[in-house]
Design a protein around this ligand. Structure first.
Ligand code: DGT
Ligand code: MG
Ligand code: MG
Length: 328
């Protein structure tokens, strides 16, 4: 193929998702695809066609429509602050009913949420810790992250879409006998915290919320499922009661010591990066006498690991100082 010297100099080689090579012509950024030419088809493309593409590109670069870019809001998160993205299931009251979630806690649903959060941490960049309970998960990006130039909309939409697609993708691994009846959705918000104390207070607030709701729900459903009260009667019975009263009802009427309830229900799930020894089997190449044999090989990887523990007190932060490290 013969092309003009200018066209050849400015033309770049790229590959598409099928691995096919393309020549990308220099034109206005978003119009590139209109001018792409497959390398293997290049013999059929005349320099006239290329020149036409270049003219179109130049025209688009100076488009009178370009000014609309200025309407895009600047949503850069303040430098050196913690960026938190919190997701919450949309109308999960209904979703839980329709999909027969166990009450008040369905361990399949909670583990699926955690699997999705692990996927988010692994696929996206710069998340140092995540915390989840009920139908929500919070993701904390490191203070000095420059991912997508710290644009809030990029953080939020990437987290929400990765989480939602994972929820559908992994559904069957956790709900073998329960088909997914309709696509779930998640809302997202971005909150910026200026220092370690406000970030720790944020996470404490979410964990305190988990505790208050779970204690209430545990007694509420015990009254309904075991004492036969209607939901309205159970609600009336619990009106005005304090935490101590609820603990007492659980213990005296249902022989339940709330402190012995599973930690995942009482504390929620914390995800942090930890070294994990992974055992894999590998075909051994050498030496010749054991060739073809499989051997167990242990490799160390860093993965988001779930912990079910208190994050309100200082002990957790003293044990894991790297999370709040200045340079994390
Ligand atoms: P929203 O967030 O305003 O769209 O509305 P919802 O319905 O998602 O309300 P929200 O987020 O305040 O509360 C979470 C709901 O999800 C709550 O009604 C109970 C339900 N849920 C979450 N996890 C479980 C579970 O493990 N078992 C059951 N039965 N329900 C759960
Ligand atoms: Mg919700
Ligand atoms: Mg919620």
């Amino acid at each position: 193929m013969r092309t003009s010297t200018t066209a050849r100099a400015a033309t770049k080689r790229h590959r598409n998702f099928r691995g096919e090579a393309f020549l990308v012509l220099p034109s206005a950024g978003r119009m590139w695809s209109a001018c792409n030419v497959k390398v293997r088809d290049c013999w059929a493309v005349t320099s006239v066609t290329l020149r036409r593409c270049l003219k179109l590109g130049a025209a688009m670069a100076k488009s009178k429509f370009e000014y609309v870019r200025n309407f895009e809001a600047d949503d850069t998160c303040l430098a050196h602050c913690w960026v938190v993205v919190r997701l919450d299931g949309r109308n999960f009251h209904r979703f839980a009913e329709k999909h027969n979630f166990a009450k008040p806690n369905d361990s399949r649903a909670l583990h699926l949420m955690t699997k999705c959060a692990q996927t988010v941490m692994t696929e996206l960049e710069d998340i140092v810790i995540a915390y989840g309970q009920s139908d929500e998960y919070s993701f904390v990006f490191k203070r000095k992250s420059n991912w997508f130039k710290r644009r809030a909309s990029k953080f939020m939409t990437h987290v929400a879409s990765q989480f939602a697609s994972s929820y559908v993708f992994y559904w069957r691994d956790y709900f073998e006998d329960q088909p997914l009846l309709y696509p779930p959705g998640f809302d997202g918000r971005v909150i910026v915290y200026p220092n370690n104390q406000t970030l720790k207070d944020y996470l404490s607030w979410r964990q305190a919320d988990c505790h208050v709701n779970n204690l209430y729900n545990t007694v509420f459903w015990a009254l309904v499922q075991q004492s036969g009260l209607t939901p309205v009667q159970a609600q009336e019975r619990l009106q005005g009661t304090l935490a101590a009263d609820k603990n007492e009802i659980l213990f005296s009427e249902f022989n339940i010591n709330y402190n012995n309830e599973p930690l995942m229900y009482r504390k929620g799930t914390v995800l942090i990066w930890q070294k994990v020894g992974e055992v894999t089997t590998k075909e051994v190449k050498l030496p010749a006498e054991i060739e073809g044999k499989k051997m167990a090989v242990t490799r160390t990887r860093i993965k988001p690991v779930p912990l079910y523990c208190d994050i309100i007190g200082d002990a957790f932060w003293k044990e894991h100082p790297e999370i709040l490290d200045e340079d994390s």
